[in-house]
Design a protein around this ligand. Structure first.
Ligand code: MUC
Ligand code: MG
Length: 382
């Protein structure tokens, strides 16, 4: 039996190409927690657990993710059957409540290791890919309408993106709606315009906001009100034609069931990290499908590693009505993969190759690691 031998973690801080202005924080750097699992037969697996804006997006910080893995998850899994990923998931769920991003990073590395040992992509472990590429959105969040419009035109001209998610909720509702209307008018029918409020609005704000956004030609609004206000989300879903997408409200399959049962969204933004891993994300997808909801592949702005893992799973999903936003590596000044993920013709290619289908660039890992050490390059060699 191949066993789980050792689980190591590492924090990377990678600058973003420009300030990424969200309602709750402005990101100038993205922090990722990398995991490497070593197995008794000499094989290895790599995973990533990433959040957004420190503790401003959700309850897990990068430091907390690392600590949960080092202190609780890694010791519990040492010596266990490497090929039984479900067994590992069950054990960790029993011993560790919450901490979905930490669980995700380790589970991802277990799937990667299993895929590499079997010489198949992770998509095959989830039943097989039905897509070779997926549509991919870009987020316009420079904080300035003119800059966003120039960025949108460039993306359309270079055929990189024709779906734009605008981050709003920081300014007044009136100013935000005017900003969205200007961008929609500038791109016209050449692009789909959507917005993400990241929970910043009250129900009253949202009533005005959704009406204005709808009139401006915006197609979808993501998480306008706080995650726990499911009834408010349901009211907004019922009350307007514009599609309402749940993001922060979806922390795993149980939330997915509650949101679907209370008709609190038209669309699920399915995030691997927020779901608690690839398997739990596949369960969120199944609940959305069974409820007849629209599906969208969401991101925590992971590096190429977490992005490639998400692509492996979403390649197996029959219909992604709203596409994906797996552009994380493009927001970073440098990606950490030896072979970058390919973006072309408004789509992202699903990486081929065993496991997650990617390898890390050891020099980049050394350069961006927070501890500045040069000894754990083995993480990158996985
Ligand atoms: C979010 O809330 O959806 C996804 C794209 C982006 O720019 O930020 C994220 C987070
Ligand atoms: Mg969101």
């Amino acid at each position: 039996m191949t066993k789980i031998d050792q689980i190591e973690t590492l924090i990377l801080d990678i600058p973003t190409i420009r300030g990424h202005v969200l309602s709750m924080a402005t990101m100038r750097v993205q922090t990722a927690v990398l995991v490497r699992v070593r197995f008794s037969d000499g094989s290895e697996g790599i995973g990533e657990g990433t959040t957004i804006g420190g503790l401003s997006y959700g309850p897990e910080s990068p430091e907390g993710i690392k600590s949960a893995i080092d202190t609780y998850i890694a010791p519990a899994l040492a010596g266990r059957d490497a090929d039984n990923v479900n067994g590992a998931i069950q054990l960790v769920d029993k011993l560790v409540k919450g901490n979905r991003i930490a669980k995700t990073a380790v589970e991802m590395a277990l799937w990667d290791g299993l895929g590499k040992r079997l010489n198949v992509p992770v998509s095959q472990l989830f039943g097989g890919a039905v897509h070779e590429r997926l549509p991919v959105a870009w987020t316009l969040a420079s904080g300035n309408s003119e800059t966003d419009i120039a960025e949108a035109h460039e993306m359309i001209e270079t055929r990189r993106h024709n779906i734009f998610k605008l981050k709003i909720g920081k300014r007044s509702v009136r100013d935000d709606v005017a900003h969205v209307a200007r961008i929609k008018a500038a791109v016209g029918e050449a692009a789909s315009v959507r917005v993400d409020i990241n929970t910043a609005w009250s129900l009253q704000d949202a009533r005005w906001g959704l009406k204005g956004l709808q009139d401006a030609g915006c197609e979808l609004v993501e998480q306008p009100v706080p995650a726990r206000y499911r009834k408010d989300l349901a009211e907004l879903t019922r009350g307007y034609e514009i599609a309402v997408m749940a993001d922060e409200a979806l922390n795993g399959p149980e939330d997915a069931f509650e949101v679907a049962a209370s008709k609190a969204a038209d669309v699920f933004a399915v995030k691997v990290a927020q779901s608690g891993g690839l398997k739990r994300a596949s369960e969120v997808v199944a609940i959305g499908q069974a409820a007849g909801l629209g599906l969208y592949g969401g991101t925590m702005l992971e590096t190429g590693l977490g992005t490639a893992a998400a692509l492996q799973l979403f390649a197996t999903v029959e219909t992604l009505h709203w596409g994906t936003e797996f552009f994380g590596p493009l927001l970073l000044t440098e990606d950490i993969l030896a072979e970058p993920i390919t973006y072309r013709d408004f789509c992202v290619d699903i990486p081929r190759g065993p496991g997650i289908g990617t390898t890390l660039d050891p020099d980049k890992i050394d350069f961006f690691r927070r501890d500045g050490g040069r000894t754990m390059t083995a993480v990158a060699g996985a």
